[in-house]
Design a protein around this ligand. Structure first.
Ligand SMILES: *Cc1c(COP(=O)(O)O)cnc(C)c1O
Length: 398
């Protein structure tokens, strides 16, 4: 415990059963990436040559013609959109986000207009794109998209995420078919997806991944796809991309993480995670007001999570008060609670160090026992959550 860098820094030693969250430090960086970053940090390199090497590895793993590394998936979206607006025009690249063309509209299905910590449409607007929403929140029909495409359309952005509406919308193949029929390039935000080939294989022209999510690389974004488009996105580093730059360590770190991904024992990891889920299921079994379900990832990543449903009358605590209780104490446990108003949260097993699963199990048992023993139901009004959500951020750095 005393060796823990977080304790030395005066930070809380959180246990992450939430997922790969930027707000918690994303993921556990794989040893190969850490070693790569340490090896290259003291050396000078020609960055564009290093990015050429990255391009080769990204191509091999994604099936794209070319690729490069940027600061984040979010910046990847901006750079890809910028590429479709400016092409290789270096002066137009310098002028962004002001555009000297009317061809700057970017289509997004309304059901894809989500926030991943910042609004997806802002990453488009930053690049001079004008967002055109297609369809309604829970329905996009072909005619919506066909009619939205005009001479002003520069690109169409498709978001793959558990946050998007998962029914009633156009799937990627249809989205690509309609866009390509009118010569519109398709940009896919696949930040949090395991499958590095699928979206390009389904016809996307350019795809963006986060380096720091499942790949376990340093904080970064991976851009991959058609060579010309990727090159035009790369050229944005002389424009809006400057503020999104990555250093040699992140480029080389991602290269190492990608190569490690190829060799990773995916089945073994899945098995270990299944063990965690089973332990938690046993812990939660036969507790009044608690239902524990093992559920697959909504976007088909090879990952199961545990949905913990809490009935406050029987458990004597709400799901959000239980989540808050787990966040307290010397070993704070952060659960996945973005749908907590529906009386459940998730436990995500993919970012645990071995041994932490038992801490999670015993803390769950402890808090549930305590609530059950209390005469009153612990039930903070749900409205208080939204009212106070940003209090901490608005007080920062105090
Ligand atoms: C995480 C995420 C992002 C943002 O990725 P960063 O690399 O952190 O910028 C964008 N889109 C989706 C769908 C995400 O899940």
């Amino acid at each position: 415990m005393s060796d823990d860098i977080r304790t030395k820094l005066g930070l809380r030693p959180v246990i992450n059963v939430s997922g790969t969250m930027t707000s918690l430090g994303a993921s556990i960086v794989v040893p190969e990436a850490i070693a790569a970053m340490a090896a290259i940090l003291p050396q000078f390199v020609e960055i564009n040559d290093l990015q050429r090497k990255a391009s080769a590895i990204i191509s091999r793993l994604t099936g794209g013609e070319a690729g490069f590394v940027t600061a984040s998936c979010s910046s990847g979206i901006s750079l890809a959109v910028a590429a479709t607006i400016t092409g290789p025009d270096l002066l137009a690249i310098e002028k962004l986000p002001e555009t000297s063309t009317d061809k700057n509209e970017v289509l997004v299905q309304m059901g894809h207009m989500v926030s991943y910590g910042a609004p997806v449409d802002q990453s488009i607007r930053l690049a001079g794109g004008k967002v055109v929403m297609v369809g309604q929140a829970t329905s996009t029909h072909r005619y919506h998209m066909e009619n939205a495409i005009t001479d002003s359309t520069a690109a169409a952005v498709y978001v793959v995420s558990h946050h998007v509406v998962d029914y009633g919308l156009l799937n990627l193949k249809e989205f690509v078919e309609i866009a390509h029929a009118k010569g519109v390039p398709v940009i896919v935000d696949a930040a949090s997806e395991y499958d590095l080939k699928l979206f390009l294989a389904q016809g996307a022209d350019i795809v963006l991944y986060s380096g720091h999510k499942f790949l376990g690389g340093p904080t970064s974004g991976i851009v991959a796809g058609k060579k010309e488009l990727v090159r035009n996105a790369f050229l944005q580093n002389m424009g809006i991309g400057r503020g999104m730059k990555v250093g040699k360590e992140s480029i080389y770190g991602v290269m190492a993480a990608l190569e490690a991904w190829e060799k990773r024992d995916h089945a073994g990891i899945r098995e270990r995670e299944a063990g965690y889920l089973n332990l938690w299921k046993q812990t939660l079994e036969n507790r009044p007001g608690v239902t524990a379900l093992i559920e697959p990832d909504p976007t088909n990543n090879p990952l199961d999570r545990m949905r913990v449903i809490i009935s406050p009358e029987e458990a004597h605590i709400t799901a959000w008060d239980l989540a808050a209780a787990l966040r307290q104490g010397p070993q704070p446990i952060i659960v996945r609670d973005h749908e907590v108003e529906h009386h459940y949260f998730y436990l995500d097993p993919c970012n645990l160090h071995p041994g932490q699963e038992t801490v999670v199990a015993s803390r769950l048992a402890e808090e549930l026992d305590k609530a059950r023993a209390s005469n009153e139901i612990i039930a903070t009004p749900i409205e208080d959550l939204s009212r106070h959500r940003f209090d901490g951020a608005l007080r920062w750095p105090d």
